[in-house]
Design a protein around this ligand. Structure first.
Ligand code: 13P
Length: 249
C-alpha cells in the first residue's frame, strides 16, 4: 500500500491577503483531482494577516491550514504577539513551532519552543516542530548533538501520546532557501535517527529544505520521510502540487 504523503507549504513572510485570495483562484481547480486522494494531506501555513482568506480557501478545498508561530500565553501584556485562542477562532488546527528562522533570526531558545509545543498540544492543536543543524554544526560533526538537544528539550515532559501527536520537520538550515538539498540518504539518515530518538515508530516526520518537483521523488520515496515542508515552491499552486505528482510518477 502506498504511504500517506504530507505536503505542507510554509509561505513564510510571503502572500498578502489579496495574493492569498488569488492563490486560491488557481489552487482550487488545480487541487480538485487530488481532493479524494487518501494518501495525500496538503497543508498551508500563512502569515497571520492572510489567515482569513487562507481559511476560506482551505475549507473549500478541504486542506489543512495553519499559522507559522504563536505565543504560549493565552492573553495579556505581550505586545506584538498572537495567542492560541486568537488562532483557534480562525479555525487554525496546526501551528509551525521552532522554525530555524525563528530560532536563528529571532533568537527563540529551546525552552520557549518547548513551552509553545506544550501550549499547542494542550489546546488540542497540532504543533509542526522544526529542528535541524546549521552548516557549521554539520561540518564540525555536531549534527546529532544539536538535534538531540532540540528534540529532547521539546518533548521531555510530554506523554507518549503527546509526543506522537507532534508532526516533526527536519530542516537542515544549510538547505533552506539555498537551492541546496540534503541528499536523500542524508535526509533519511536523520529522519530514521529522529524516529528512534522520539521513540514513536508511527510519528510523522517531514523533510524541508529546497524541496521541489525535480527532487521530490527521490526524497519522498525514502522510508522514514513522510512528506515535505516546502518554502519557495509552495508560493504558487503549480510548483507546489508538482511535488506530489513528481513523487507519484
Ligand atoms: P525552502 O523550500 O524555500 O528551502 O524552505 C524550506 C523551509 O524552510 C520550509 O519551512
Amino acid at each position: 500500500m502506498a504511504k500517506k504523503i504530507y505536503l505542507y507549504g510554509n509561505w513564510k513572510m510571503n502572500n498578502t491577503y489579496s495574493e492569498t485570495e488569488k492563490f486560491f483562484v488557481d489552487f482550487a481547480p488545480a487541487y480538485e483531482p487530488f481532493r479524494n486522494d487518501k494518501n495525500l494531506e496538503v497543508g498551508i501555513f500563512a502569515p497571520f494577516t492572510s489567515l482569513w482568506p487562507l481559511s476560506q480557501g482551505a475549507k473549500k478545498s478541504g486542506i489543512v491550514f495553519g499559522a507559522q508561530n504563536v505565543y504560549y500565553e493565552a492573553k495579556g501584556a505581550f505586545t506584538g504577539e498572537i495567542s492560541i485562542p486568537m488562532l483557534k477562532e480562525y479555525g487554525v488546527t496546526h501551528i509551525i513551532i521552532g522554525h530555524s528562522e525563528r530560532r536563528h533570526i529571532f533568537g527563540e531558545p529551546d525552552e520557549m519552543i518547548a513551552k509553545k509545543v506544550k501550549a499547542v498540544l494542550d489546546a488540542g492543536m497540532t504543533p509542526v516542530l522544526c529542528y535541524g543543524e546549521t552548516l557549521e554544526e554539520r561540518e564540525s560533526g555536531n549534527t546529532f548533538t544539536v538535534m538531540e538537544r532540540q528534540l529532547k528539550s521539546a518533548i521531555s515532559g510530554l506523554t507518549p501520546d503527546e509526543v506522537k501527536k507532534i508532526i516533526y520537520a527536519y530542516e537542515p538550515v544549510w538547505a533552506i532557501g539555498t537551492g541546496k538539498t540534503a541528499t536523500p540518504d542524508q535526509a533519511e539518515e536523520v529522519c530514521k535517527w529522529s524516529r528512534e530518538l522520539i521513540g514513536q515508530p508511527e510519528a510523522v516526520i517531514l523533510y524541508g529544505g529546497s524541496v521541489k518537483g525535480s527532487n521530490a521523488k527521490e526524497l519522498l520515496s525514502m522510508k522514514d520521510i513522510d512528506g515535505a515542508l516546502v518554502g519557495g515552491a509552495s508560493l504558487k499552486p503549480a510548483p507546489f502540487l508538482e511535488i506530489y505528482t513528481a513523487y507519484r510518477e
